[in-house]
Write a protein that binds this ligand. Structure first.
Ligand code: 13P
Length: 249
């Protein structure tokens, strides 16, 4: 089965109610480009309003707790995301692995909780700059995949996002050859862990300084099935061309 391109916006800690018009415009454009799957992950506070503003659109969270409920002040559980209408969640973003001390085991537990709650998952991996420069990027990322992949899963509901940390928000991107090599290595690892058929169905997204200018080339690279976009997903003017690039492939 051919994998449909998947273009996902991660709004991070950006967006007040005034930004909902951008989401409406983005999802309206997504409907025009029906060959590509599009989702937005706004802050928790905007998930409900965004679904109300764009009924039927794929809206998700940027994190969830691994427990279904309990005494975890400030956290949001996967069933709560599902309850409000979210259909997906990002887990293991480097800003949470590094900023909040999340381990591979934590990320695995979150991914399993999200799948159990009926959400789709985008599981992030990626190496820091010193690891890339020392030539150990592929080993580092494959260890993250091995350590954070859920024990069992439906491959149609789990995507991997490769986001080199040094490329996030910096304007730097790896070469197309490096992206293709990493994505190919991730797919081979997924085949080893989950079987060849599952690995063939799973989408592997690239993230890190994707913009209107570089999107087509990145999305067309070997084993790249989509993009996880930060800064350039905040406005329709910047995000719609990336959606269009995905739809044209
Ligand atoms: P930028 O697109 O702003 O580099 O962010 C990438 C990212 O971290 C998406 O999750």
């Amino acid at each position: 089965m051919a994998r449909r391109k998947y273009v996902v916006g991660n709004w991070k800690m950006n967006g007040l109610a005034a930004a909902l018009g951008e989401a409406e415009a983005i999802f309206a454009a997504a409907r025009e480009h029906g060959t590509v799957d599009v989702a937005l992950c706004p802050p928790f506070t905007l998930i409900g309003p965004m679904i109300a503003a764009a009924p039927g659109a794929a809206v998700g969270g940027q994190d969830c707790h691994s427990a279904a409920s309990g005494a975890f002040t400030g956290s949001v559980a996967a069933p709560m995301l599902r309850d409000i209408g979210a259909v997906l969640v990002i887990v293991g973003h480097s800003e949470r692995r590094d900023g909040c001390g999340e381990s591979d085991a934590d990320v695995k537990a979150k991914a399993e909780a999200a799948l159990s709650a009926g959400l789709s998952v985008i599981l992030c991996v990626g190496e820091p700059r010193d690891v890339r420069e020392s030539g150990r990027a592929i080993d580092h990322v494959l260890a993250q995949v091995a350590g954070s992949l859920p024990a069992t899963f439906d491959p149609s509901r789990l995507a991997i996002a490769y986001e080199p940390i040094w490329a996030i928000g910096t304007g730097l991107v790896p070469t197309i050859a490096d992206v293709a090599a990493m994505h190919g290595a991730i797919r081979a690892k997924l085949a080893e862990q989950a079987g060849a058929a599952a690995a063939q169905d799973m989408r592997i997204l690239y993230g890190g300084s994707v913009n209107a200018e570089n999107a087509a080339e990145l999305l067309d690279a070997g084993d790249v099935d989509g993009a996880l976009v930060g800064g350039a997903s905040l406005t329709a003017a910047k995000f719609v061309p990336i959606i269009a690039a995905g739809a044209s492939l």
